[in-house]
Unconditional design. Sequence first.
Length: 56
Amino acid sequence: MAEKNQEDDDELDELVALNFKITERERRDFKVWCAARGLTQVEAFKRGFNLLKKIE
């Protein structure tokens, strides 16, 4: 069995771009919602994804 390479794990934890399309209205709504709660858009996306995984 191959040894786990720490460098591979580090690469998987690096931030990368995620590209998808939404309407300008949705983008603005999400941005305002995040700002009103003091969250970055990345934080809100991660929280939302974690919630979706929990209810699945």
